[in-house]
Design a protein around this ligand. Sequence first.
Ligand code: NAD
Length: 356
Amino acid sequence: MDILERMGAEGHEQLVVVSDKSSGLKAIIAIHDTTLGPACGGTRIWPYKTEQEAIQDALRLSRAMTYKSAAADLPLGGGKGVIIADSHKDKTEALLRAYGRFVDTLGGRYLTTTDVGTTGRDLEYVKQETKHVVGLPTTAGGSGDTSIMTGLGIYMGMKACAKEAWGSDSLTGKTVAMQGFGKVATHTAHHLMKEDAKLVVTDVFEGALDRAREFGLAVVKPDAIYGLDCDIFAPCALGGVINPETIPQLKCKVVAGGANNQLLSDADGAELDRLGIVYAPDYILNSGGIINVEAEIGSEYNPDRAREKTERIYEIMERVIAIAKREEIPTAKAADRVAEDRLNAVRSIRRVYRAS
Ligand code: NAD
């Protein structure tokens, strides 16, 4: 991999490679774009097989964060940290604090938060070495569990899609098939149940299904979820689930869920469009989490501000649909257009000289 060539092609600003012999820390921090504000994104702890794999992941995920924050109208750029380690075995206070010291050397160009393999408690160690941390537990003065706001955002985005598909944003009586019944899906389900939508869920973890049954929800086997007779399919577990194998099975009019990277490739977004299925681009719908942590930056966490901004996902989704129709492009492409237009507009005002 030619790193500088890839960074140049995709617009990355900085890649930081860090190592601390005493704690065993090996980490990569990627800063994609800071046009809109400090680069923000979680720190992933994952046992990458090679350094190349870790670098590629950091570059890919930091770019995705630029797009997510740009489309969500946040004053944040995109960044991501990855630590090459097994979160079940290798996570120690020393490793996390050493990482925090390196984050601190970036002077606020990168703000970190949780991701796969890191928890709010881990961030408390990172925080001992740097103030550039967001998404701390509420008991540590932070914004706490992001999945609450993520669930609200998915629900709001679903309503905007319903309006496009059926002419009304009411979800009353609509059947929603949820793949995965973890944190995000559960919070989305609360809103859907309040509106008397019908929920059918699946999960590979029996404990999650027991929870669903306690709510009185119908449960199906994992493979049965794609072909279910439903109005909305909500992927809330894994990426890549919208692909040439699953699309022919879908009977829904809307695909709207919280999982990251739902489309296996761009062609799958185009195929949903061709079939007349309204697709809610994942990073538009699941931006409630980053909106929540942003509400913690620079002042005390304000849940009302986070909620109000998350509810705007409805309008953003409407804008994405309008662009898709006007330009005759799939919604996934229209979402990128929303993000890129904002980045370009803000970049252009940077030419103005400020005396102070
Ligand atoms: P979670 O681990 O709480 O829930 C995921 C659930 O999916 C688990 O119950 C798991 O058993 C289930 N699952 C895994 N593989 C499955 C399969 N093949 N079929 C059915 N179920 C399966 O995670 P979460 O925080 O709810 O996140 C869910 C998705 O949303 C992830 O893709 C995550 O990246 C994304 N996301 C989460 C947030 C957040 O705030 N937590 C924000 C943005 C995006």
